[in-house]
Write a protein that binds this ligand. Structure first.
Ligand code: NI
Ligand code: MN
Length: 221
């Protein structure tokens, strides 16, 4: 039994194959139900790219829990130099991180260090794709041919990332079973709405089920 818990913005707590994984843990976001002081256990922290609203509290959580930070090589090196445990990889094939297969995908965005990525966690219980911050691009259809993506977490806020219609078309390229919108509503500039996303997914990717998680809410599998 595992779950995906939304922590606001693009932050998620995932439990899969017995590991507790935080993805883009910016717990300072205005919607987060958790503070760093509430995090009592973490095994792996994934940072998709080096922007404050994603790298967020990775350092503090790693310090507190001893979790390994998994990121592209240059970002991992940044954390290693601070004395933290990190696994540096790159866009490519999966790496085995304490028994969990993790791989980075491209993302069309920017990053203060390294390159921006999305991440696929190839769990035995579930295959989860967190798209990071990205604009619309083609290429995820190839990943969709290789891996059966159960849950896709995709940015819909617009301005810095895809808007709801772009995100729906994006999802149609790899057809996950479930799509969860993220990176919207945190600030007024992130105008994309989950209702619009649902509407467009119905049009572009009718086989995909949209699940909107409120901050703190869990999707269990
Ligand atoms: Ni960003
Ligand atoms: Mn962002």
């Amino acid at each position: 039994m595992g779950y995906i818990r939304f922590l606001g913005h693009s932050a998620f707590e995932v439990e899969v194959d017995g590991k507790r994984i935080y993805i883009d843990p910016w717990l300072g976001n205005p919607d987060s139900p958790l503070k760093v002081s509430d995090v009592d256990r973490a095994d792996i922290i994934v940072v998709t790219h080096f922007h404050g609203d994603h790298a967020g509290d990775a350092e503090e959580i790693a310090k507190k829990t001893g979790a390994k930070i998994v990121a592209v090589y240059e970002i991992a090196s940044y954390y290693e130099k601070k004395g933290l445990k990190a696994v540096g990889m790159n866009i490519g094939g999966p790496a085995d991180v304490d028994g969990v297969k993790i791989l980075f995908t491209p993302a069309a965005h920017s990053s203060e260090i390294g390159v921006p990525t999305g991440v696929i966690i190839l769990g035995r219980e579930a295959v989860i794709y967190h798209a990071g911050d990205t604009g619309l691009f083609s290429g995820m259809e190839l990943y969709g041919r290789l891996y059966k993506i159960d849950y896709a977490l995709v940015p819909i806020g617009g301005h810095f990332t895809m808007d709801p219609e772009q995100a729906a078309l994006f999802v149609s390229t790899f057809k996950p079973r479930v799509a969860v919108p993220m990176h919207y509503g945190t600030f007024p500039v992130l105008y994309g709405s989950p209702d619009k996303f649902r509407e467009y997914v119905r049009k572009y990717s009718p086989g995909t089920h949209v699940v909107v998680l409120r901050p703190g809410e869990k999707l269990e599998f």
